[in-house]
Write a protein that binds this ligand. Structure first.
Ligand code: ZN
Length: 135
């Protein structure tokens, strides 16, 4: 397994439409995507600095993980995402090292990435997403 880059930082927001102008207009980061990911229960808006993205996450329903997160902790940084060269190898390597993963099979995330998450209890309290770019 090789970590290639910080792919994005995921930010839980109450309303992506209201949060977007800060990233887009004030900071001038180009908006490159807007996508509903039903499997993850979120609507995402993506801004790309060219060297790492900002991913706004808005809950699709009250029982989505993002809605629960906001209820518990408030809006803010939800996870960081690291790009890996090979998600299958990453899962195998981390599991054999005793790391706790949320999904033991890759899921399809925003932008068609193959993803899983490392549980915060295995990563110092940080929810870490691992993503492999679609081929
Ligand atoms: Zn993410």
């Amino acid at each position: 397994m090789k970590i290639k880059a910080i792919e994005h930082i995921g930010i839980a927001v109450e309303n992506a439409g209201q949060s977007s102008p800060f990233w887009n207009h004030l900071l001038g980061i180009k908006k490159t995507g807007h996508e509903v990911v039903e499997e993850q229960g979120v609507s995402t808006v993506i801004f790309d600095t060219g060297r790492g993205k900002i991913e706004l996450l808005e809950a699709l329903s009250e029982d989505s993980a993002i809605a629960k997160y906001i209820t518990k902790k408030g809006a803010g940084i939800h996870h960081i995402c690291l790009e890996v060269d090979d998600i299958e190898t990453a899962i195998t390597d981390l599991q054999s090292a005793g790391v706790n993963l949320i999904y033991d099979q890759p899921q399809v995330g925003a932008e068609g990435m193959l993803i899983t998450f490392v549980h915060p209890r295995s990563a110092g309290g940080v929810l870490v997403e691992l993503a492999q770019k679609p081929v």
